[in-house]
Write a protein that binds this ligand. Structure first.
Ligand code: PLP
Length: 361
């Protein structure tokens, strides 16, 4: 039996068009893009072509588009290169941002962690209230990776602009990366492997004119190191291939309905605007580990939360003020372009049986 993959927020397979775009750079086009010899000049020209295609797909011509090794590195670069004095972030950021904030604190910076409401979104007024004369950076994610709740980034970008503070958004879970620029972020990060490029590919986009610490030669002095031309092309190809988000949302809503109809104890975590693919549900009376085990046995792959921090109780659901029972029984299902209605219906049946087996009803 084919497995049913419902962990698309963790990673997705590499798209065939991304594989095709990479091929020449594993063969004839092997030069170092920084070298001044012929193979190097060819590679350098190709890299700029990939950068141009990437910027065009994102609609961000007035940004420096830096290729990185992924979302984590992009987040770290943004925080460590922009944060000084006082930084505002949220308690629900990905561990990459939280870890970078802890590092900044170790270097003497102060960080305010804004709490979300019980629905999973932060309030822009709380962000505004946290601003101090020495605030250098506001970092608020575009969409939360566990609940899928979209954050009010347009409003926060407006507040930051008014106060002359740089605004960074971790846009790794943005459903449509091409829409991120219009939220007004000065700097944003993306991860290639969430979009159909290989793991180890990512982007940090920095609006031209933003003051950011730069050193080294490559990638505008923001991400030094020999670039991976193959992955740069994979990213541009993945960004050009857009999923049908309405279809993904319809599948997610179908799964949500099926679960709420068949598992009486189920309660959805996260309210308001959510990304189309993510559904976070708690099953009080059961533990997520047990549910995931039985789902796995039944051929369904889901997650307890973020793949990077799935061993500990979710800091996101805890920050939302949910009960310990709700936090420990949460499962994240994330639907993607490869899923079908049949898979959704089958997954809901496997889940219903799993919860019944655990709580005995
Ligand atoms: N930020 C968010 C919101 C994420 O969901 C993830 C990955 O799950 C990352 C950052 C890290 O991205 P990467 O896996 O490319 O390092």
């Amino acid at each position: 039996m084919d497995r049913i993959y419902l962990d698309n927020a963790a990673t997705v397979p590499v798209l065939p068009e991304a594989v095709k775009a990479m091929e020449p750079y594993f063969g004839a086009e092997w030069g170092n893009p920084s070298a001044k010899n012929l193979p190097g000049l060819r590679a350098g020209k190709a890299l700029e072509e990939a950068r141009r295609r990437t910027a065009a797909a994102l609609g961000c011509a007035d940004y420096d588009v830096c290729f990185t090794s992924g979302g984590t590195e992009s987040d770290m670069l943004a925080l460590l290169r922009l944060g000084r004095g006082h930084v505002i972030t949220t308690a629900i950021e990905h561990s990459a941002v939280i870890s970078a904030c802890r590092m900044l604190e170790g270097f003497g910076a102060e960080v305010t962690y804004v709490m979300p409401g019980s629905g999973g979104a932060v309030d822009p007024d709380d962000v505004a209230r946290a601003i101090r004369p020495d605030t250098s950076l506001i970092a608020v994610m575009y969409a939360n990776n566990e609940t899928g709740v979209l954050q009010p980034v347009e409003e926060i970008a407006g507040i930051a602009r008014e106060r002359g503070i740089t605004f960074f958004t971790d846009a790794v879970q943005a459903p449509d990366p091409a829409a991120v620029v219009s939220c007004g972020a000065d700097v944003f990060s993306l991860s290639g492997h969430k979009l159909g490029a290989p793991k180890g590919s990512g982007l940090l986009c920095v609006r031209k004119g933003i003051r950011i610490a730069r050193d080294g030669e490559q990638e505008y002095g923001i991400r030094p190191g020999t670039q991976n031309v193959a992955f740069a092309f994979a990213l541009s190809a993945a960004l050009e291939s857009k999923p049908d988000l309405c279809r993904v949302e319809a599948l997610r809503d179908r799964l949500e309905r099926r679960i709420l109809d068949t598992v009486p104890s189920a309660v959805v975590n996260g309210e308001g605007r959510r990304v189309p693919g993510i559904l976070n549900v708690s099953f009080p009376g059961a533990e997520s580990e047990g549910i995931l085990f039985l789902l796995g046995e039944g051929g369904v792959d889901a997650a307890a939360g973020s793949a990077c921090t799935s061993s500990s109780p979710s800091h996101v659901l805890t920050a939302m003020g949910l009960s310990a029972e709700r936090v420990s029984s949460a499962v994240r299902f994330s639907v993607g372009r490869m899923n079908t209605e049949e898979e959704i219906d089958r997954a809901a049946e496997v889940l219903r049986d799993a919860v019944r087996r655990i709580i005995g009803k």
